[in-house]
Design a protein around this ligand. Structure first.
Ligand SMILES: [Mg+2]
Length: 444
């Protein structure tokens, strides 16, 4: 489950950073502030997730592809991977992040389409416009996936279920695409719900039905229960969330440490993490899990560049600057390392974040064979742009001007419209095409 992304540190709901307005339409949307009920009794969250996003976009744009097995990804000759697989090709066992060569062995007559990231990014922007009609509290998880806190939107738009239907309809009518939506009292359940009836799903988990829905599901549905934890449960004869719920918090804690507490809460449908728009986040990060572990530093570096661009772009859009840059690396044996660098001055510059991230990747990992399962980049220690003393009077440096211009052009013409001269990774070294969680589960 992709919920295991880096968690944003969470502040108390309802508290906003001083001077931080809503994203847009703040005057038009008369939304009750979040956190108006202390117990979270009225919180309702939508999780919207596009179905087989990149592949569906290609099918939409080229109707002759409909009904055919479609893979969006890099070429087999260049060690490409599957970025997205439509539902037809999935029946052959093809899934995202699989090497394209393997996918084509499973389904030799599949149509392979190249990844058009800037095109998907543009559609993603239209998608966000739809979300923002209903609430300013939109937390993007990926290009094709977001949480919407609609707790305060009921007076204007009706029930959360009605909003979910309208969002799905708008996506269908305006973008010609299909989304699955989960509606639930918290993030964990909303994300779970959106996945239950994919594709074209709409699942509402009402407060009173939480256990009824959760109990029959396998324990692996709980965020944080991965392969290793799953095996432990298997040994204990615990297969479903219902069976897991019989365990006391103490049992789980003695077996799984701090994680046990979280597992217990989620098994009981409890998740207090608020929806945090980038504008209010304490940290911004993207990470990706590779289907095949990566042993090649150059390939890893090009992924790092892609993640860095995503994160720094989100950072600039949020109106914040970052003082700390982190990377996260998980090896094939699940050993996970995070490294961070504090900058002397807070930044929004892609190049500056990249320099720190690349230094950590190349110089600060433990001495052991490179075999990487997951890679992440994050920024934290955020402060509002303009709060740096003297900054208003200083000329922005060349790099940040370059970023601004790049963002502006890419907002108009799509990502990738500008080829950063300094982005040597791109020109010297094609990476496997992205097909990862940080771009969403474009597959899901
Ligand atoms: Mg998806």
């Amino acid at each position: 489950m992709a919920l295991g992304k880096w968690e944003h540190s969470t502040g108390p709901p309802g508290k906003r950073l001083p001077g931080c307005g809503w994203h847009r339409d703040e005057k038009k949307l008369d939304i009750a502030p979040r956190g108006d009920d202390e117990n979270g009794d009225n919180v309702m969250i939508l999780h919207v997730d596009m179905d087989a996003f990149y592949a569906s976009v290609e099918e939409r744009d080229q109707p002759t592809l409909r009904g055919q097995p479609v893979i969006v990804g890099g070429s087999a000759e260049k060690r490409g991977v599957v970025a997205a697989a439509n539902y037809v090709v999935r029946s052959f066992g093809v899934h995202s992040a699989m090497p394209t060569s393997t996918a084509l062995k499973l389904c030799p007559h599949a149509v392979l389409m190249p990844v058009r990231m800037s095109h998907y990014a543009e559609i993603s922007r239209s998608l966000h416009e739809i979300f923002f009609r209903y609430t300013p509290l939109v937390e993007p998880l990926a290009l094709d996936e977001a949480f919407l806190d609609v707790s305060g939107s009921g007076r204007l738009f009706g029930s959360p279920e009605k909003m979910a239907r309208e969002v799905k309809k708008a996506i269908h009518d305006e973008l010609g695409l299909v989304a699955s939506v989960g509606v639930a009292p918290n993030k964990f359940l909303a994300k779970l719900a959106s996945d239950l009836e994919k594709p074209d799903g709409l699942v509402v988990i009402a407060r009173e039905n939480v256990q009824e829905v959760l109990d029959p599901l396998p324990v692996g549905r709980i965020w944080g229960v991965g392969k290793a934890t799953g095996k432990t449960f298997e040994r204990l004869g615990i297969h479903t969330i219902g069976e897991l719920r019989e365990c006391s918090p103490g049992d789980l804690e003695s077996r799984f440490g701090k994680m046990g507490d979280q597992i217990w809460s989620l098994a009981h449908g409890i998740d207090t993490r608020p929806v945090i728009p980038d504008r209010e986040a304490k940290s911004i990060s993207n990470e990706t899990t590779f289907a095949t572990d990566i042993e090649d530093m150059e390939i890893l570096e090009s992924w790092l560049m892609e993640l860095t661009e995503q994160v720094s772009r989100r950072l600039r859009r949020s109106g914040m600057r970052a003082r700390t840059v982190q990377i996260k690396v998980r090896y094939d044996d699940f050993d996970t390392f995070t490294r961070s660098i504090s900058l002397s001055d807070p930044t929004t510059s892609t190049q500056e974040i990249w320099r720190s991230a690349a230094t950590m990747l190349k110089e600060r990992l433990p001495e052991r064979p490179l075999c990487i399962r997951l890679l992440g980049v994050g920024v934290s220690n955020l402060q509002q742009q303009g709060s740096v003393q003297g900054e208003l009077f200083d000329d922005p440096d060349q790099e940040s001007r370059l970023d601004e211009v790049t963002d502006e052009i890419e907002d108009r013409f799509g990502r990738g419209a500008v080829n950063r001269a300094s982005s040597t990774m791109r020109t010297t070294n094609r990476k496997p095409e992205p097909g990862s969680e940080n771009f969403g589960n474009p597959d899901g």
